[in-house]
Design a protein. Structure first.
Lengths: 329, 941
């Protein structure tokens, strides 16, 4: 919608343009900023012309730029691993007559990475730069790949939104159900933040978000990128999500990871106002995991699910992941 | 900046914060719609450099050098894009307001066979169709046909506007240019109940570009109701255009008229108001209790409020027989209390009006109304205007569902136009739709049923409490209707109704598809299901045993009541059989394998009168044009229900021509004498019947005129060959061919009155062309209908579901609806109405809920927080038609647009109950609610 209160939009071309006047905020995809009235915002600085490389592979980390779009991120998951994402497969073009539309909806509980049971080379990634796909396929365990797609499809918005919505914008908006917060937190990503004085600081994504629509970014700070340790990407992982409708906004998202060291990490978002993360030296017992999840003191409440249901669903989905990742039944 | 728009270079100078949609509409690219303005609905979708985008979200400052394609740029009526043609052929639209965005999005879907369509279309909402026909369009399935001459009724012909909709050429309410247009913004009340102590508009008026600030000092003193009916005394006079007392949050405090909406909104913030707070009440039961704050304490009998001293707008307390005595001796008694929620209409075109003074000084309003004549009459009443000085009309309306049977924008625009003398527009935002447009009445309904062991129903008691909100609107009519057909469909010796519609300081409730029946049927049919369980009788059998059959009186509680409701036809028995046998057939969708899933089936029925009581009038005309086309003039607004298509079918059939020859002028107080309006499903059975009569009269007049013209020349030896005679001078080939099907009837020796052919009248060997017929004077005939007597229509819905006891998730494995609509005039459209009604009702049953915070504040103000069903949420419904012929409707047809909604929530609740063993009493049956029902009693949560 038109933002009538806006006096200025300027496009940043270099870091020196990233000085923010009072009432001025960074603009990335704009898919949320332009979806609601913004009475407190007087100006915007468009980051999308800064030319940040969306995906960069370092020695030990995978860097995802703040301006990397959902569409670009989703491409990291090779097509053959995308079938496991929410909403697939149903309503295919061929399925006319009888029960064509929506009848095989798998619901909120979608199959996680482990459940696909497939280990497929990711050489057919369709990234703009094919070399990135090749490098990644060498560096990252294919089992981790579905998470990019799964988290991208956990966004309420469709692919029309994907083309503009960005990883940085999604985390900085900090809605409880933000899927990029889920991704970053679950993979122990660190946010690289440009500070107004020209410096930078780093902060774990998991604790950057402090509540629904709240985070520890100060005025004038810009989320430059998130950096995912490659070690987290080589871990086995699993993803579960439920919403009040098949493709609705997440009621809760649970992601589990078992590292080479045996450490098991469970991350809950959407069900809680801020990411909640639990680390176990090994895959925990059902009882230990359940007590831990049910012990969370604050559950999110909005039209997308009652807090008691989110709590129970988080425990249910966490247990499914525990079994999937090798826990004793 | 410059960019390419549909292949042409254009220049734009967007203001900071402006989005692409605004830029495009400012360039008069009206095929790009405003649906939600938030990236949720997809109505504004365009291609940007080849990719589908929400133009309402795209910041315009990025446009320089971009390539933008709208639906109009994809193709034209002459050269449509394949997807545009598919949507027309499949009838993949109803109101058509979402269609431009859907077609643009669909044009980008990959060709591959395994496209995940529901996910890719999840941000394209359609409120009308239920998506089956849209999916057909995407799959290239055709559902329409070209009807032969004189044989259009009963065939699935496409809507006349189909290709215009698909190519973005059909204008809606605000899709036209007006120079010097002013915009209106409203300052809404921040309080649920308050009196304006003082209001200072000087700062607002001083802002450049502000033309007027209207407050309660400018308001006419005439009380009225925003709800509109044929008889204005049906609804309570409790509302002012601008009132000094504010009774709900968001109620108009002031209206600002300015050069732009941006200026108007800035000026809104500059108005200084001092409020005196008044205690408020939000719970309808508390509102009618002693000591509650009164919402309309000072309104007298002339307002027609049943009991303002206890906030009761309307009440019905009636009994026949002795319910208590019958319950005391019944073999089985079931009882329960059901709660329904507020539902938003979510028509994709918001309420809007543009008004101006024409050259003659008449007030002209173009509005998104279902009832232009009723709006005109009420504006005349409020403002003291003569009817001939006011013209109200509609273009195509982007969805109604009852929500536009309400005067919500027209009165303020009238006030603003009269005050400024300028053209003024008032367009609801999507947030306005959620916060101040009247939703479906929430109701609490207690039902008690008694029966003998053989299933004979012996006692029914229905106790209803309806929250009408701060104003009465449709509250009276909805309450009375809600306990009518829902109860009278059952033969039962002892019945009691206690119903009250109560004022609160919540937003006002209003008319919505089914007009109260859906709520009460949810309760009664749930109770009937419990009764069937208690008696161990099949639920279909229990209905068969107790429903009325022709000959039975239709009684709520007053056996003496006289009514114009008749059995014009009866197909409830067929509907029960059709639904039951469909449910018994093997089904293909498996129940999920995990042990937490449970399967169940359920059904419910609904009866509805074919149109509203106490008069519904339509005056229509049909005129023969020299071209051989016919022009019909009818008051019915077209908002996608299909009435207009059926009108052309009825007239084409009666005049032995083709539907493409029927030109429609409609929904304009200047075009016809009168039409009560497009509500209560009256489009076919009232206006359609009137048109059919007019067409019959015209046919007679044409034959008489032909007889006059040919009397002198018969027999005409100059035209010995009949096939040549069929081709008038200059006729195109299809015209000549179109005439031939009637040739077998031709008897050259006959000297009778002749008969109609596609381009005139054939009498003997001689064809008198339309041009010849009208040369000696216009041929125009009128037809009217007064809407009485009325018939009844029936619907039965059945579901097979799987429910996950662990999460509360419901999967619909099978959805079946059988409908008794009399003669089916357009099978594809009728199917679309049933699917659309079912889709809305599944939304009601599983997802939708307008949430208030307990202090009158609506907290669900966007589509992302109010879940209108997406393609992924809905099953394909199997639709069956009973074979009946109605004695009252045109060609035996009955109405069928509200009715399909009514039985669905109860049928789904009964199936869920069957699956999980616990009865849902509250809508929506969302996953969290069902999970909580199941979790209750277990210790672990």
């Amino acid at each position: 919608m038109d933002l009538y209160e806006l006096d200025v939009i300027r496009t940043a071309h270099s870091r020196t343009d990233l000085r923010f006047a009072p009432g001025e905020v960074p603009l990335s995809g704009g898919t949320w900023l332009f979806s609601e009235a913004q009475p407190d915002i007087r100006g915007m600085v468009d980051l999308t012309a800064l030319g940040w490389e969306p995906i960069t592979l370092g020695e030990t980390t995978l860097g995802i730029a703040g301006t990397c779009t959902f569409a670009e991120l989703a491409e990291l998951t090779p097509p053959e691993l995308r079938a496991a994402a929410p909403g697939s497969p149903f309503g295919h073009r061929g399925a006319v007559g009888g029960r064509a539309v929506g009848d095989q909806v798998a619901g909120g509980c979608v199959t996680g990475a482990g459940a696909t049971g497939e280990s497929t080379p990711s050489g057919n990634s369709t990234l703009g730069d094919p070399s990135i796909g090749r490098v990644l396929s060498a560096a990252i365990a294919p089992e981790a790949h579905p998470l990019f797609w799964q988290c991208a499809t956990a966004l309420l918005g469709s692919e029309k939104i994907w083309r503009f919505a960005t990883v940085g914008g999604n985390i900085a908006l900090s809605l409880a159900a933000a899927p990029m917060t889920a991704l970053g937190a679950a993979l122990d990503a660190e946010a690289l933040i440009w500070t107004p004085d020209g410096g930078e600081r780093r902060h774990p994504v998991a604790s950057l978000v402090t509540g629904n629509h709240q985070n520890s970014l100060a005025h004038g700070e810009v989320l430059r990128s998130i950096e995912i340790p490659l070690s987290a990407l080589t871990a086995r992982s699993g993803f579960r999500r439920i919403a009040l409708s098949p493709l609705g906004r997440s009621g809760t998202v649970v992601i589990a990871r078992v590292d080479d060291s045996g450490e098991a990490v469970f991350t809950i978002t959407a069900g809680t106002p801020r990411p909640r993360q639990f680390r176990f030296d090994e895959v925990p017992s059902a009882r230990a995991l359940r007590n831990t999840v049910l012990g969370i003191d604050e559950w999110f409440s909005d039209p997308h699910g009652a807090p008691d249901w989110r709590r129970a669903m988080s425990a249910l989905l966490a247990e499914q992941l525990r079994i999937e990742l090798g826990g004793a039944a | 900046m410059k960019f390419q728009l549909n292949g042409e270079s254009v220049e734009a100078h967007p203001k900071p914060g402006e989005v692409l949609r605004t830029v495009l509409r400012d360039l008069h690219q009206f095929d790009v719609k405003m649906g939600c303005d938030a990236g949720d609905c997809g109505a504004c979708t365009v291609l940007l450099n080849g990719n589908a985008v929400h133009s309402c979200l795209y910041p315009a400052h990025r446009l320089d050098g971009a390539e933008v394609t709208t639906v109009a740029g994809l193709g034209t009526a002459e050269h449509p894009h394949p997807v545009q043609q598919s949507f027309v052929d499949a009838a993949g639209y109803q109101c058509g307001f979402c269609t431009a965005g859907l077609i643009v999005t669909a044009s980008t879907l990959p060709e591959s066979a395994d496209v995940d369509t529901p996910r890719l279309l999840k941000n394209n909402l359609c409120r009308c169709t239920g998506y089956r026909s849209i999916h057909d369009a995407i799959c290239g399935v055709s559902n329409t046909e070209i009807a032969p001459v004189g044989d259009a009724a009963g065939r699935s012909v496409a809507a006349p506007a189909g290709m215009r909709i698909a190519t973005g050429q059909e204008p809606y309410t605000l899709d036209f240019r007006t120079t010097g247009l002013l915009h209106l913004a409203v300052l809404g009340s921040p309080h649920a109940h308050a009196r304006i102590r003082s209001i200072d508009t000087t700062a607002a008026e001083a802002i450049a570009g502000v033309r007027a600030v209207l407050t309660h000092f400018d308001s006419p003193a005439t009380l009225f109701s925003t709800g509109r009916h044929e008889d204005r005394t049906d609804d309570p006079d409790d509302t002012l255009v601008l009132d000094a007392v504010l009774r709900f949050r968001g109620q108009r405090v002031a209206a600002i008229v300015a050069d732009s909406i941006a200026i108007a909104r800035r000026a809104r913030d500059a108005i200084v108001v001092e409020y005196e707070l008044i205690p408020a009440v939000f719970d309808p039961d508390a509102a009618r209790s002693p000591g509650a704050p009164l919402v309309h304490p000072n309104k007298g009998a002339e307002s027609r409020i049943a009991a303002p001293e206890r906030n009761v707008l309307a009440q019905l307390h009636g009994e026949m027989g002795d319910v208590a005595a019958a319950l005391a001796v019944a073999d089985a008694v079931v009882t329960g209390t059901w709660q329904t929620q507020r539902i938003n209409h979510a028509a994709l075109e918001t309420h809007s009006t543009r008004g101006w003074l024409d050259a003659a000084g008449r007030l002209v309003l173009r509005t998104s109304s279902q009832v232009p004549f009723l709006v005109r009459d009420e504006l005349c009443h409020i403002f003291g205007l003569a009817p001939e000085t006011v013209r109200v009309f509609t273009a195509r309306v982007g969805g109604g569902f009852g929500g536009k049977q309400e005067l919500l924008t027209e009165d303020l625009v009238t006030l603003a136009v009269l005050k400024t003398g300028k053209a003024v527009q008032y367009e609801f935002t999507r947030e306005d739709e959620f916060t101040i447009a009247p939703p479906r009445h929430p109701m609490r309904i207690t039902v008690t049923l008694g029966a003998l062991s053989d299933g004979t129903l012996t006692a029914m008691h229905v106790d209803e409490l309806s929250d009408t909100g701060a104003y009465g609107n449709h509250g009276i009519g909805v309450m009375f209707h809600s306990v009518n057909e829902s109860i009278s469909v059952y033969r039962c010796a002892n019945k009691r109704v206690d119903a009250e519609a109560v004022y609160t300081n919540n937003l006002p409730s209003g008319a919505f598809r089914g007009y109260g029946l859906g709520q009460v049927i949810f309760a009664i049919e749930s109770a009937m299901d419990d009764l069937a369980r208690t008696l161990d009788i099949d639920p279909f059998e229990l209905r068969r045993k107790n429903v009325i059959v022709p000959g039975d009186p239709m009684i709520t509680t007053d056996a003496e009541e006289t009514s114009d409701l008749l059995y014009g036809s009866y197909g409830l028995d067929q509907c029960l059989d059709l639904a039951q046998s469909a449910l018994a057939r093997p089904f293909s969708t498996p129940v999920p394998a995990e042990p937490s899933w449970a399967e169940g089936t359920g059904m419910a029925l609904a009866m509805i009168a074919t149109l509203p009581p106490r008069g519904h009038f339509a005056d229509t005309t049909v005129e023969l044009l020299a071209s051989g086309d016919y022009e019909i003039s009818v008051g019915t607004a077209d908002f996608g229900s299909g009435s207009t298509t059926v009108h052309t079918q009825l007239v084409a059939t009666r005049l032995n021509t083709t539907v493409d020859r029927i030109k429609v002028r409609q929904s304009d107080t200047d075009v016809t004498r009168y039409d009560t309006g497009a509500f209560g499903s009256a489009g076919v059975v009232v206006a359609g019947k009137a048109l059919y009569a007019a067409a019959g009269k015209l046919a007679g007049a044409m034959l008489a005129r032909a007889a006059e013209l040919t009397a002198a020349s018969l027999p005409d030896e100059s035209l010995p060959d009949a096939s040549l005679a069929d081709a008038p001078p200059g006729a195109s080939l299809p015209d000549a061919l179109a005439g031939t099907p009637s040739a077998p009837d031709f008897d050259p020796a006959s000297t009778d009155a002749g008969h109609l052919v596609a381009h005139g009248v054939r009498r003997g060997t001689r064809v008198t062309t339309a041009a010849e017929l009208v040369a000696s004077g216009a041929l125009i005939a009128d037809g009217s209908h007064n809407g009485t007597p009325r018939s009844v229509a029936f619907n039965v819905h059945a579901f097979r579901v799987a429910v996950d006891r662990a999460t509360g998730e419901v999967q619909i494995l099978q959805s079946i609806q059988a409908a008794d609509a009399g003669t089916v005039l357009n099978p594809e459209q009728l199917r679309g109405q049933i699917e659309g009604g079912t889709a809305q009702a599944i939304g009601t049953a599983l997802f939708e809920e307008l949430i208030l915070d307990g202090e009158g504040r609506v907290t669900t103000t966007t589509f992302r927080n109010y879940h209108v069903p997406q393609m992924a949420d809905l099953p394909v419904t199997e639709v069956f038609f009973a074979e009946t012929h109605d004695a009252l409707g045109p060609l035996g047809a009955k109405s069928m647009s509200e009715a399909p909604y009514n039985p669905v929530a109860a049928a789904l609740a009964n199936a869920i109950r069957d699956a999980i063993g616990v009865r849902p009493f509250e809508l929506p049956m969302s996953r969290d609610r069902l999970w909580r029902m199941l979790a209750k009693g277990t210790t672990d949560v």
